[in-house]
Write a protein that binds this ligand. Structure first.
Ligand SMILES: CC(C)(COP(=O)(O)OP(=O)(O)OC[C@H]1O[C@@H](n2cnc3c(N)ncnc32)[C@H](O)[C@@H]1OP(=O)(O)O)[C@@H](O)C(=O)NCCC(=O)NCCS
Length: 188
């Protein structure tokens, strides 16, 4: 497996994989605590993972190990030298699911748009077939962001216990589709 880049430079943001150190765990924990009420309705697992420094350290260690096995790629988003959120690519056999969140104060500046585009570029260059996003029906900013970036509705579902409606959206790797088409045409 080709190792994931530990730093991805954008124009306004930098994505960094954080090593599992107490200082990094403290930084994650501080940002999650600041945003607990805001994140809870959409990403309960982020709130749980960062609820205290030990949990955050465990979370960073776990992500570090899973990344070595190609099971996840977790990046923290930095803007003007400050950590302002995170974006993670969870790995499934034929697709990668992106999950993301921003500091409440960093919203509305197009930063997540850039973060998603950087992750797409990195994942599609690694020859992934497609990226999916699972978004709650109530999460208007996320749905708008996904549609603006060209994600299309795949299917809708309901969580078994809460009956919350969610949408599955997808974007295919266009470079790969073209190659497949070319291969298929040549094969005839
Ligand atoms: C989702 C999230 C990352 C988007 O952050 P962002 O890039 O700053 O996005 P914005 O706040 O600029 O909003 C994106 C779009 O939603 C619109 N929007 C924002 N808040 C809205 C609201 N309350 N109602 C309707 N539309 C809204 C914006 O106008 C923008 O639309 P546009 O591109 O047509 O102008 C951020 O809101 C977040 O961290 N939310 C909590 C965690 C979360 O939901 N993560 C995703 C789980 S799938």
């Amino acid at each position: 497996m080709i190792p994931y880049p530990t730093v991805i430079e954008g124009t306004r943001i930098v994505l960094k994989m954080l090593s599992p150190t107490p200082t990094n765990a403290q930084m994650v924990c501080d940002l999650v605590k600041k945003n607990t009420m805001y994140l809870y309705p959409f990403l309960k697992e982020v709130v749980t993972d960062g609820k205290d420094v030990l949990n955050a350290l465990h979370h960073l260690r776990r992500a570090d190990n899973l990344c070595r096995e190609d099971d996840t790629a977790l990046y923290y988003i930095f803007h003007q030298g400050k950590m302002v959120g995170a974006i993670e690519a969870l790995m499934y056999p034929h697709e990668r699911e992106l999950r993301f969140w921003l500091d409440h104060d960093a919203k509305g500046k197009g930063l997540m748009r850039e973060a998603v585009l950087l992750m797409e570029k990195m994942l599609f260059e690694r020859n992934q077939d497609r990226i999916i996003l699972g978004i709650l029906d109530s999460n208007t900013p996320s749905l708008k962001l996904a549609k603006r970036l060209g994600y299309t509705e795949d299917w809708e579902g309901y969580f078994e216990i809460t009956y919350d409606k969610f949408h599955m959206l997808r974007k295919n790797n266009s470079r790969k589709s073209l190659t497949n088409l070319y291969d298929r045409t040549n094969g005839r």
